[in-house]
Write a protein that binds this ligand. Sequence first.
Ligand code: AMP
Ligand code: GLY
Length: 436
Amino acid sequence: MKVLVVGGGGREHALAWKIAASPEVNEVLCAPGNAGTARIGRNFDVAATDLDGLVALAKSEGVQLVVIGPEDPLCAGLADRLRAEGILVFGPGADGARLEGSKVFSKEFLDRYRIPTGEWRRFDRAGAAKGYVESLTTWPQVVKANGLAAGKGVFVCEDAKEACATIDAIMEEKRFGAAGTEVVIEEFLHGRELSVHVVTDGSTLLLLEAVQDYKQIGEGDVGPNTGGMGIYSPVPFVTQRLMRQIEQRVLLPTIDALRKEGIDYRGVLFAGLMITEAGPRVLEYNCRFGDPETQAMMRRMTSDFVPYLVAAASGTLESMDPVTWDTRSCVGVVGAAEGYPGPYEKGHMIAGVDEAAELDDVVVFHAGTRLDGTQTLTAGGRVLCATALGSNLDAARGNAYAAYDRIQWAGKYCRRDIGLARRERVLVEADDNGEA
Ligand code: AMP
Ligand code: GLY
């Protein structure tokens, strides 16, 4: 089978790596890919947002399955376009992708089906939004641009002054363009954050292992949000009971609701959750795999993933056995360019990746890298991620940092607290009797 992976980040390198390991696959193509995917399969210089180019590529190469990584092509309807050509696609159509593409749509969806989430209001005028936040007595509050903003359109505001400035930046200064025509203002939820992914063909649901991501740039969770600076899995506070609760209260109702809305959702649904004292609450839906979360999942998955991708794409997931997992822990440390998530430089030479990959149980996934002849150069904010398995979280952590430290480029930055013990602190587990 010939498989095309759309995208060029760490998520896509990890997916291509796992897909290439399948005995059913003889070739993996990536568009556009990165320096890491170039060593697994063939890269094509077609952007993930070039829908015409991607459809033409899939047709001319006779691709049998397309796996779409990023949200932009999903929201733009790439899966619909490919399906119209009779090509098997892992990824929802534009209707399902609205769960990520519009916060207003997803919040209305959550409320309509009584799926637990924070209280919220929507505003399409800055004046009304500011009037509302001036009237609030509970802080912090969360201000969100409605549309896609590469994970940067969400602001936790400590008081009305900060919220008003944020509303101005989004709605008046149009910092996120059309994505900021509307804002959602949401109650701040206290608890522990968790990313849960479920593969679905629209009716059957296949739960993947939970992963903990680190969203903020600074150690101890300070500073602005990023795409994600590190990961570990499994997550000690996630008990079977909590996973059952998440499945019953959030995931199954979501799949049911999608069906009721007439949305044929085939791909992965990624729920960003806050585990509060009253149970899980949905912070956001994503219509695609998380990055870097997917890297930990691909490292720990022992099943061949390709039959599951095909089954989800073709609507036959019900016939599949559960996915099996390595019981060891995985830690991934993201290396970023100095300055990220603000402005940063590109084009620095990267050395030591092969030396890092020689270590036991280590795989280095590329994100923002590109090949220049035989030299690998930095080409993005998040440059790569050193992932390692270990018999427990500490062992995996040691292996991951040992690998990371063998890699060099000018201005390399990482958080040093990925997978540290304070993350294991047990949360008051959500009470089964809590409101749903
Ligand atoms: P989102 O893109 O909506 O998941 O928001 C990005 C990040 O902002 C989340 O991962 C949380 O860390 C934080 N966040 C979003 N909404 C809330 C909320 N209602 N309460 C607390 N934190 C939130
Ligand atoms: N790591 C968070 C995301 O992929 O949205």
